[in-house]
Design a protein around this ligand. Structure first.
Ligand code: LLP
Length: 401
């Protein structure tokens, strides 16, 4: 996105703000469709957890995507945004059976990830079709927190319990119509993807009612020049290979599902902040911003890299800074980062702030969450108001008044 537009947004709406360029989402959607097109029968389900503003969801729905939802709230928001109930896949983890029942009654597809919840489901609803999430026992993903397909992880049904699932299909007459894996986020190592793909297709051989294979998300995009990324063509080639083998052997066609979050929206988002102070100590210079990990948690939680642009001096001579927030504990966005010479009042913008950024924001330190703005057809649109003090107090109950 043009620096001029980023600056214009800051001048128009103030800072901090989240800004999303819808054209970038559309381009990413087209790019992914192009790469997947050899697979013919597939659908992209956007991972709502990454960015769930209703205007963004409506836009993604219009592009033709389905939704990957993890909570009944994401399901309800998806329905409100126009997603067809058949195009929403609900993949909860550890939620109450009461919630699963409610979502089932909405007619949304249920993807369960434990034998325990499937037993409850069979008891309640009898002979139904469901899909299940497997745990392939693979370590994949950019860091420990986002690696969820290994044997120590709470997600999915591990291979050693697969016989229970097969038994249930025979005895309880439940129909397992699909298998799902999601092993991690930011996966650059294509071997990890390949291992997962091989595993899910090999497990699928034991289930005679399989109609869909859901390969989850995890595609990594580059966060800076020369950063690593998933080789999409390799990935699709591996899927295609395993799919063809399966379809030839069993003489039936499968539908594939993909659930990208970051791939679709990470690049589209920008967090624009302003410098409160440049603070010097004996060893460092800190750029102190009017934001913090309450607004952008990823660097603190995962050590994630977000490119930093000084909108007032984008091409200036670079110096080393620690870019920090105003939260009262360690709150570092970027450590020892070479950034163009920066002054008090400059606008500082973080890239890749589309996925898991606003959606992971909080009110820590009693700070309101910022506004969300989108740039669509050459115009800015406010899609969420900034919170204020009233919002912070709204749901609190003063028992001493
Ligand atoms: N499908 C399922 C079942 C998932 O759990 C996730 C993400 C996705 C799809 C989308 O994955 P993606 O394509 O976005 O990698 N907060 C972390 C990422 C957590 C991902 C959780 N699950 C971060 O900011 O890096």
């Amino acid at each position: 996105m043009d620096i001029k537009i980023l600056k214009e947004a800051a001048l128009k709406f103030g800072t901090p703000i989240y800004l999303y360029d819808l054209k970038i989402i559309e381009n990413q959607f087209d790019r992914l469709n192009k790469a997947l097109s050899v697979l013919k029968n597939y659908k992209i389900h956007f991972a709502a957890k990454s960015l769930s503003n209703i205007s963004i969801l409506k836009f993604i729905n219009k592009l033709g995507a389905g939704l990957d939802a993890v909570s009944i709230e994401e399901v309800m928001i998806g329905l409100k945004c126009g997603f067809n109930k058949n195009d929403i896949i609900y993949t909860p983890n550890g939620v109450s059976f009461e919630e699963i029942k409610k979502v089932f009654k909405l007619g949304v597809k249920i993807n369960l990830d434990s034998i325990e919840s499937i037993k409850d489901f069979v008891n309640e609803f009898g002979n139904q079709s469901i899909t299940v999430r497997i745990n392939p026992g693979i370590y994949a993903g950019g860091n420990n927190n986002v690696s969820v397909g290994h044997l120590e992880s709470k997600f999915g049904i591990t291979e050693d319990r697969m016989h229970e699932l097969k038994d249930m299909e025979v005895k309880e007459k439940i129909k397992i119509t699909g298998l799902h894996i999601h092993t991690g986020s930011d996966i650059t190592n294509n071997n990890q993807f390949k291992e997962g793909i091989k595993k899910i297709f090999s497990i699928a051989r034991d289930f005679k009612n399989i109609e869909t294979i859901d390969l989850g998300g995890g595609i990594k995009i580059p966060y800076y020049d020369n950063d690593t990324s998933t080789n999409l063509n390799d990935y699709v080639e591996e899927v295609s290979k395993e799919l063809n083998k399966f379809e030839t052997k069993f003489n039936k066609k499968l539908k594939l599902i993909f659930e990208p979050g970051k791939f679709l929206v990470s690049d589209s988002g920008f967090l624009i902040t302003q410098v409160n102070y440049i603070k010097s100590t004996s060893t460092k210079e800190f750029i102190q911003l009017n934001s913090g990990f309450n607004h952008l948690l990823r660097p603190n939680l995962y050590g994630s890299h977000h490119e930093v642009i000084n909108l007032n001096n984008p091409e200036g001579r670079k110096k080393e800074y620690d870019v920090v927030g105003y939260i009262c504990e360690k709150d570092t966005f970027a450590e020892k980062r070479k950034i163009p010479n920066t002054s008090k009042g400059d606008l500082i913008c973080f890239r890749n702030a589309g996925a898991y950024c606003f959606n992971m924001a909080s009110n820590y330190n009693s700070r309101p969450r910022p506004a969300e703005i989108c740039f669509y057809k050459e115009k800015f649109h406010k899609i969420r108001k900034a919170e204020d003090l009233n919002d912070l107090l709204e749901n609190q109950i003063d028992i001493f008044s």
